[in-house]
Design a protein around this ligand. Structure first.
Ligand code: ADP
Ligand code: F6P
Length: 325
């Protein structure tokens, strides 16, 4: 059998564990007798033929590192059908016979487009937002949650000393998963997410009630995708002279959440999903996203991935409320 060439790329927002996924795909692929070609900076590198042949030594030591050794990018030009067709021509000219795409919802939509054009593509579910249909949890979520949690724990210390309310804004794009989970595990007094918006007046009522129950501080976790972000809420209270019972401060965690050392969970998840992606490619089962469903590695066809939206379990909001009494 001729050696086959499979390209791998990381795309969209980087996620801790992407390097573990690159390492696993490279080594499993080499073990199967395949040649693995890294693509620099996502779809931008793919359309420009920016390749880096990978070997077992090149991916040594990267499992401990956040980010992605291949680089990532937002590349809106890749949404263009003509660009996609030209990219496939370029891949064929380079003898590349398959592509593994490690990334989130946007990246998997790009991957699905190539798959629809007849090219063998397998996806690996990776985004800190956890908003990707086809995987209960995606690479990077666990590390991002732990980073946010550590920050919330620290903010609580200073909040307590000063009798303050901290409005902590966490990432997640349009999805409230990180915020809701941070609120529960960080012991927040209130949570604001796009899936179940609450008005600023309701936030005030919840904080006043917490104050009356004897709480000397408050943490409000705000999802960046909510109608009012952390600064927006604090400004609103100032402008409306709302008395919260606490002095208010806003903290935006932002990209800090993406930059961590990948947790044990993320390293294992990335390794297993990526190894399974190579196995699927080799056995001809492409056009799928590899994710974790009911605790098992599972492949979901791209047509389902792009046609469906992952639904957040907003039932957890009630648990968050009860735990904040
Ligand atoms: P993520 O993959 O983390 O959700 P983005 O939404 O920014 O991040 O998508 C990453 C990249 O995937 C985009 O910059 C673009 O190159 C590609 N992409 C996104 N949406 C599409 C689409 N509809 N068609 C083709 N490519 C897309
Ligand atoms: O998708 C991951 C993510 O970190 C989102 O949570 C956030 O909205 C976005 O990427 C930020 O994008 P950028 O890194 O391009 O500023």
């Amino acid at each position: 059998m001729n050696t086959k060439k499979v390209a791998i790329l990381t795309s969209g927002g980087d996620a801790p564990g992407m390097n573990a996924a690159i390492r696993a795909a490279t080594r499993v692929g080499i073990d199967k007798g395949w040649q693995i070609i890294g693509v620099r900076e996502g779809f931008r590198g793919l359309m420009n033929g920016d390749f880096l042949p990978l070997d077992a030594r090149l991916v040594g030591g990267i499992i401990t590192l956040g980010g992605t050794m291949l680089g990532s990018a937002r590349c809106p030009e890749f949404k263009d059908k003509t660009v996609q067709k030209e990219t496939l021509k370029l891949l064929e000219d380079h003898g590349v016979s398959g592509l593994i795409v490690i990334g989130g919802g946007g990246s998997q939509t790009g991957a699905a487009a190539l798959s629809n054009l007849g090219f063998p593509v397998v996806g690996v579910a990776s985004t800190i937002d956890n908003d990707l249909y086809g995987s209960e949890i995606t690479i990077g979520v666990d590390t991002a949650l732990n980073i946010a949690l550590e920050s919330i724990d620290r903010l609580r210390v200073t909040a307590l000393s000063h009798r303050r309310a901290f409005f902590v804004e966490v990432m997640g794009r349009d999805c409230g998963y990180l915020a809701l989970h941070c609120a529960i595990i960080g012991g927040a007094e209130a949570v604001v997410i796009p899936e179940a918006e609450i008005s600023p007046e309701k936030v005030v009522a919840e904080l006043r009630a917490a104050h009356e129950r004897g709480k000397r501080h408050a943490i409000v976790v705000v999802a960046e995708g909510a109608r009012y972000n952390a600064a927006g809420l604090v400004n609103y209270f100032k402008e409306h002279h709302e008395k919260l019972g606490y002095e208010a401060r806003a903290t935006v965690l932002g990209h800090v959440q993406r930059g961590g050392v990948p947790s044990a969970f993320d390293r294992m998840l990335a390794t297993q999903l990526s190894a399974a992606a190579v196995e699927h490619m080799i056995s001809g089962q492409h056009g799928v996203l590899i994710g974790l469903l009911k605790g098992q590695i599972a492949a979901t066809p791209y047509r389902e991935v792009v046609a469906n939206k992952k639904i957040l379990d907003v039932g957890l909001l009630e648990l968050a409320r009860v735990l904040s009494i």
